[in-house]
Each structure stands twice: as C-alpha cells, then as structure tokens.
Design a protein around this ligand. Structure first.
Ligand code: AMP
Ligand code: MG
Length: 432
C-alpha cells in the first residue's frame, strides 16, 4: 500500500544542487535536535496547590515553622514521667492517678506534676512535665487511676517538634515534581499556592476543505476531522493544556488570520494537513513565505513531509504535521511530545523505549526510519514481543486504534526477521 504524502523524496536545501553527492534527506535525529534547540520552557507562574499536580516546582520552599509544630503523642495512651514508672512490669503494674485528658486539637495544655499522668490522644500536645507516652494497650485503660504494665524510656511515643523539618529548613527544591507526596509536604508547611512551570497552552488546528466537524454526517467527498481530537488528546497526554480550534478550510487568508489570533494565547501551535506537494497544500504555501517556518522532507515514514518553525514576535513554535492521521500521530510522538516536555521543563523529555522480539517479518526502506503500529505483548517469562497492526498506509485509523506501541525500524535496517529484537516505543498513557 502506498501513501502519497510519505513517499515523496524531495532533496533538502543544504545538499541540493548539481554538486550534491547524493540525495540525502534530513534524519529524524537532526530534525529533533533543531526542534529541541528552538523550544525553550514556559515562564513560571503561581498556581493553587492542586492545580500544580504533576508540574515542576519553580521556587525554593522553606519551612517557616518546625514540622511537627509541637511535641505531640504518637499513640493513644497516657502521658507520664518515665522516672515514675521505673518499677513497672507486666506482673507488678504501677498505678498512677489520671489528672486530665489531652485531645488532638487542644490549644493549650497545663503542666503535669510528679507521680501523675494524663490520658492523651494521638497528635495531642505533650503536657509540660511529661516525657513519655504509654500506649493504651500497655495499661488497664483506667479513667481515674490507671495501672501501667511497662517501664518506658524517656521520649517513648513522642513525636518531637521539628523532627521532620526544622524551622528554616528546605522543604522542596526547584525542579521537584509535584506528586501527591510533595503536595502533602507543601500543604503541611502551609503553602496553598506555589510557583511552578505551567502546562504549555497548545493550540490545535486541522486544515482541509474536505473536513467536517465530528458529529455532522460526512457526505461524499467529506472526511470527519479526527486529527484535531487526536492531537489535542496527545497534547494533553504529554502534559499540555490543549485548545482545539477545529477546522480551517484550504484558504490562505483564513489560515493566517486564525494563526494571528491564536498566537495571543499559544505557547505552541500544531496544524495538520496541507504540507505535501498538492496544489492546495496551503499550510506549506502560506507559511513558507513567512520565512520562519521550514518545510522539509525527512528520512522517516510515515511523516516524511512536515514543517517546523516559529511565528510572531514571541517566536512561538509551530509544528505543521501531515494530514494523514497516522503520519500526524507518529510525527507528534517523535517531535512534538519531546517539545511539550521541554516546555514543561521536564528533565527527561523522551519516552522510554524497550526491546521486544518481533513476531513477524517487518520491512523498511533503506535510509529511512520506519515507524510501524504494533501490539506489544508481555510473555509469561516477562519479556516483550511485538506484532504489527495495519499496513504501511498512514490513513488507517482503525489499525492505529488497535495498536499500543510504535515499532521503530532504524534507518540502516531493511528487514527484521521473526525472532529478532526490535525497538518499541510504548504509547502508554503518561501521568499528567
Ligand atoms: P493532506 O496532508 O492535507 O494532503 O491530507 C492527507 C490526507 O489526510 C487526506 O486524505 C486528508 O483527507 C486526510 N486528513 C487531513 N486532515 C485530516 C483530519 N483532520 N482528520 C482526518 N483526516 C484528515
Ligand atoms: Mg489537505
């Protein structure tokens, strides 16, 4: 099965001309390093704590007060002086008068004299004078008087003020990823707002006069706009805030107007369609004239023809992906996802690839990096194996939906024989 937009082998500018030794397409690695050199990270902003989940902290957070804030009980039991209970044993308990109760939430607590004890709950402040807590299970649970069956050591069952963090100590450093654990600490030290690397705002535009909005019946010659949904979902999965603008017909002015207005809110723009060699490939026509967006042919399949550059005064990055859905998603995975991770200031912008055993023969053109849709299985021995779904055709959306990974066949490999190892990029859902 052939696919027009991906079978083009155009010469890249820097090696074109009569003296060019041979036709050389730009490699995936070269294009990716251009992309990552161009894309910076978004400026930090302050967010409410829960809105910061999954993001990177962009400030240093210091504990203003000790954590815990006061000495408190680790158990439900009795606050005592250890010295009063030196003789206490299982067989010969020591009996002490109980002179009060201290509950969690008690705002002030009176001192406790020698030879006395107080009933205390977990988290309640230790009364001045007490230096240990006897757990309820080592007593008879008495209310007016209590029999204690164990001699404690000083400090037993007491959580000391500042033992988690001293006042002035560093709670979290810039660059910490804010998962539930880190959000717990920020809340514990009293921060309800934090400065973080925000989610980049990614604007997603589909181009093509054949496209109709999802939900309208696609008539003859019309195609439902799958790409703006797919790419918005992929952008969100990568950690972005996606703005799905929808469909722009193949019309220069409409495209340029839309881009102009979307630049106001976008940290990154993604278009699909209109980047190949056809007469109405207006994304390529309109944007190559600006001089800041470069349209290239890459040594990859699918997705060989696409554009990347910047737009506007802020030099907002723009990716012009192919229209075929599979080509668009592969290109997103290869170039856009790492760019979004970089905008988020993530240290590792790449997905983790794995090695799997090929369950069938796979072929690829020499000199091109091939991305096939695959189904990754985990064998009982824990190793991975992979089979293909769908053919080469990059319009095959149903096969795309049946896949859970991309099989990557390197440039120099033309054939993968069954039983050999291939590189696989799982397309598992990321944590946002
Ligand atoms: P293009 O890159 O504009 O030449 O489009 C290549 C192929 O992808 C054509 O068959 C288009 O109809 C199809 N296509 C383009 N955009 C979309 C879209 N948003 N959703 C589904 N198919 C699309
Ligand atoms: Mg088109």
């Amino acid at each position: 099965m052939t696919d027009n937009s991906d079978s083009v082998t155009e010469v890249v500018p820097e090696v074109s001309g009569p003296t060019a030794p041979r036709r050389r397409l730009r490699t995936v690695a070269e294009q990716l390093s251009r992309v990552l050199d161009t894309v910076g990270s978004v400026d930090p902003i302050e967010l409410a704590l829960l809105d910061a989940q999954g993001l990177l902290l962009a400030e240093q957070v210091v504990a203003d007060a000790p954590l815990p804030g006061f000495d408190n009980s680790a158990m439900d039991g009795y606050a005592v002086r250890a010295v009063d209970l030196k003789q206490a044993t299982e067989d010969r308990p020591v009996v002490l008068p109980v002179v009060g109760d201290v509950r969690a939430g008690t705002r002030s607590v009176s001192g406790m004299g020698p030879g006395l004890c107080m009933r205390i709950m977990t988290g309640a402040p230790i009364p001045p004078g007490a230096d240990a807590v006897i757990p309820l299970e080592d007593t008879d649970g008495g209310v007016a008087r209590v029999a204690i069956r164990r001699a404690p050591r000083t400090g037993d069952c007491i959580r000391r003020a500042g033992e988690d963090l001293a006042a002035g100590a560093l709670a979290l450093a810039p660059g910490a990823t804010l998962g539930p654990q880190q959000i717990a600490l920020l809340a514990a030290v009293g921060h309800d707002r934090v400065v973080v690397q925000p989610r980049p705002r990614v604007v997603v535009i589909s181009t093509g006069s054949e496209l109709v909005d999802v939900g309208k019946l696609a008539g003859f010659g019309e195609v439902s706009d799958a790409n703006s949904y797919m790419i918005s979902a992929a952008a969100r999965d990568a950690g972005a805030e996606a703005y799905r603008v929808g469909i722009i017909p193949d019309d220069h002015a409409r495209l340029l107007d839309t881009l102009d207005s979307q630049l106001l809110r976008a940290d990154l723009i993604i278009t699909t369609g209109g980047v190949s060699m056809g007469a109405f490939d207006i994304v390529k026509e309109a944007l190559s004239q600006l001089g800041t967006v470069e349209f290239v042919n890459l040594a990859m399949r699918p997705g060989s023809a696409q554009g990347f550059g910047t737009l506007g005064r802020e030099k907002t990055p723009i990716f012009c992906l192919p229209g075929n859905p599979v080509a668009a998603l592969v290109s997103f995975e290869v170039f856009v996802r790492p760019a979004i991770r970089k905008l988020l200031a993530k240290r590792n912008v790449h997905r983790q690839n794995i090695q799997a055993t090929a369950l069938e023969r796979m072929d690829s053109r020499d000199g091109q990096r091939e991305f096939r849709r695959g189904l990754l299985h985990r064998e009982p021995d824990g190793r991975y194996s992979v089979s293909l779904v769908g053919g080469h055709g990059s319009h095959l959306v149903a096969a795309l939906a049946a896949s859970n990974c991309l099989v990557i066949i390197e440039e120099e490999v033309t054939e993968v024989v069954p039983g050999s190892r291939v590189t696989v990029q799982p397309l598992m859902l990321a944590q946002r």
